[in-house]
Design a protein. Sequence first.
Lengths: 531, 365, 219
Amino acid sequence: MLFTSYAFLGFVAVLFLLYYIVPRRWQWGLLLGASYLFYALAGTEYLAYILVTTVTVYYTALRIERNADRQTGYLKEHKNELTKEEKKAYKDRQKSIRLRWILAGLLLNLGILAVVKYTNFAIANLNGLLHAFGKGESRQLSFLDLALPLGISFYTFQALGYLIDVYRGTVRAQRNFFRFALFVSFFPQLVQGPISRFGDLSQTLYAEHAFDKKTFSFGLQRILWGYFKKLVIADRMLVGVNALIGDPEAYQGAWVLVGMFFYACELYADFTGGIDITIGIAQTLGITLQENFERPFFSRSLKEYWRRWHITMGTWFRDYIFYPISVCKFMQKFNKACRRYLGEAVGKRLPVYLSSFVVWFATGIWHGASWNFIVWGLGNWAVLMVSETLEPLYDRFHQRFGAGGKAYRLFEVVRTFLLVSALRTFDCYRSVPVTFRMFGTLFTARNWNILWDGSLLGLGLSLLDYGILAVGVLMLVSVSLLQRHGSVRERIFAKPYPLRFVLWYGLFLTVLLMGAYGVGYDASQFIYNQF
Amino acid sequence: MSENERNAGYIKDVENAKNKRYKSLLRGIVSALIVLVSLYLLQRLLVPKYVDDVVEGAFIAEYYGEEKDFDVIFIGDCEVYENFSPAMLWEQYGINSYIRGSAQQYIWQSYYLLEDTLRYETPDVVVFNVLSLQYDKAQREAYNRMTLEGMEWSAAKVKSILASMREEENFLDYVFPILRYHTRWSGLSGTDLEYMFDTKPVSHNGYYMRVDVKAAQDVPQGRILADYSFGEKAWDYLDRMRELCAKEGIELVLIKAPSLYPYWYPEWEEQVEEYAFAHGLRYINFLELGEETGIDYATDTYDGGLHMNLSGAEKLSAYFGSMLSEELGVPDRRKETELSSRWEEKLAAYEAEKQEQYRYYGMQP
Amino acid sequence: MMKKVYRKMQGKRVAALLAAAMVLAAGCGQAEKTVEGSVENIQSADRSDGTEGEAGQAENGDSGQDAAQSSEVQQGQAPEAASGATDGYFFTSNGVAIVIDADAAPIIEKLGEPASYFEAASCAFEGLDKMYTYAGFEVDTYPTGENDYISTVILKDDSVATGEGVVIGDSLEKVQEVYPEGNQQENGTIVCEKGGMKLCFIMENDTVKAIEYRSTVLE
């Protein structure tokens, strides 16, 4: 069920109604039912996957916590009988038991993810190798017909985050299996995040929620804004993006820049719009989800951008991969060795490079099982490491030339935007060699005239479409600017009713009339030109 | 503060709260009204009006404005609404008939149009053109729209929509056409405003008139098909049509109009003949009655053999009319004064359009 | 505060393993050299199952694109291959490549005077489907906007062959040998889909009875 389908709207509307009719203690149960229904509608064959993850993580977390509790109890009980060594030995023993449990949980679930998501990628690579080293007609492995269960990357990460949290003792394990099942499957965030932490989400997910008009209407407003971004901007822009990336040979040089810009806007509107819908739905249910974006395109550096774009994914990688790697025993040894042999300045950097490398490789491959995503991830890594290494140089430069004014800040924002968009072309063309070739044409094609000679109208977008897109993007920018000073919805809420009504109803009509949805927007649309 | 003052204050608070509630309720009602009315107006504005270019989309709806006591109802695709002239049938035989045809009308749509028609009247004869037996599923959303939108809401319409929808279509788009036509705002014309609540007649009892001539030549043979048998769905609806007519005491006549293209395969002909024979139905293939009808493909078609022009349609109607009245006993109702006066108006409009078209195409009547 | 948490934490090894597991699962560690070859492999694999690039997109972290991609928004795009370049099968007559969904005008001009010509108006729509018959084959077009595009090429007798050398009258085995990717449908027709078009072999008693190149735009 796509967010943009009538079925989804109907599903959500019925849920809202039931949610506030049923006794409040049933609300979370209703959500669980709705989430599983949502999941089953995507394909009943997927239910097994999410159930396996839910059951194994639930059970593992309980075992780990029970062990930790037993340890605390035992130590307390025998506080005076045990020597320090005995205590340590006991602790180590228990720890290794917990470690075995969590490893089992992690490996099983990551294993499932790896198999369904990466098997064919691995086979493709293997075939490549066989072909390269084989003689002529080498044996080729055939691909597996594996369907990717809906949202598997998201719910797996969310569940494993919980497991690690329990292992670390930062959250208590959820004893009620069904409540835990809801945490893993909560439907609005199943498709594209945000990746919630148990400590945050459990605060409101299981609570009893009375109908609150303001919260409810704020939720609806956010949903509407999300649909505006998605249907009016992203899906309209997608027409242009599809045209450009569908035929790279025909669209070179300046077109690559156009594509970069289009894709940046399309992706932003699509992804943040989807998250707006997700968070809005949760809000109408009285549930608070973590924000996933913080005006990322206002970032002044790539580092800052990654703190503000897809926040919950970034923090997940940071907390559950980067930090642990940075402080693990191997890394500490590596750190020492580096400092000893390479000197302090270089030596202390290498371990950081290595940990970040792992994180960015993982980030890349998490986005999709193909080399373009890996190269994209590592491209980000390279830029981040270079700028981090050169930071002292930048600082000196800034001090000497007093670069800190508004104009310079604007320059930094534009630079970051271009950098992000350039890196994203790997995601755009979905092929590493094509991306490099296309970048090359930027310097050879010399077709800048396409920007003003009307060629842009050949992308399937009319002048009117461009007008709508321009106004739409302007609206996004304005709202982002306003957001810096607090909630825009709150500010509108303070205005007189007629004005509010006109604003929100106007937005609704805009989505209704200008949204790219329905039969008229499918591939055979030209047939209907004559209506 | 005295007791009285306290009471007064309390009453005032209650009144304020009451006023606030009233105000909020009123606000809600007014807002809802504005939303509903504006959406309705927008929808009226945005739906295609089918009065200028693609008038075929307006045929189905026109029927509901009629006095519904027809003796003969034609159902089917362009092979009925372009090939038979009810005006001619009236003039020559006093047959009161109507064509419930639309572009590429699929057999299940024809069936549900029959169900729909039976809500208002029970004709003596129903004529169905068999070309659409070749389709087992809808080919174009646009054709679905032109047939289904014009129908008034009834169980028949719902069933017809459900039977017709292609994968990309949505039932809700039929209930709220604004969802389907929401992008038309950029292409609106004066016609959309002019006919927002109104329409103008575009057919003559469902007949689409064309007077121009384009002789048929080089009509290609049909492509070789992998399978010539009609689909299950098509047969099923033909069965249902036959059973419904039998139940209502209606004579069902199957016809194949004399259009040369799309190609009518001998294999298809055979299947229809067998079916008609098996169920005792009358089946007339006008392709084989060239001599009897007098159709001349050099002068009687306006698009090279696909559809009849006025001359062809009138020849065909003259022939078929005599069959209807003589063999099937369809009554001559020219003596009914009320009906006659209604037809007089219709014939005048028919004549006027004829002249108008002759002028337009620069032809001699 | 974060640091405190991490100092406390005990699962360093766990996390390192977790990371290692992810890396291993991804089958990493290949030399730079293999990158290109692999990418091509993946693409051809993707193409063969008709889900170009979807393995990575079906649920896509960064872009959240599943929804956008599957809404198939491609309105108003002129048919592809207007330039004559195609990934699909095409028929060649006297050196003129007749590419499905290509702009018809230049092709028809090069093919010369047809043996016969017929045009058919579709019900209720303006614009004509046109049919040009030549010795041994027929070319059909459909209108979009101002232009006509090739919708179908039909081989009519065994005087003409497909680009790969199959003619009417050939056996089922030959078709399967030349077009191993072809799918046989219930009614016996063998359909080879490639580059957004279909090459169909209509069979009778395991012999090719008709050959058609078809556009999928109008389906």
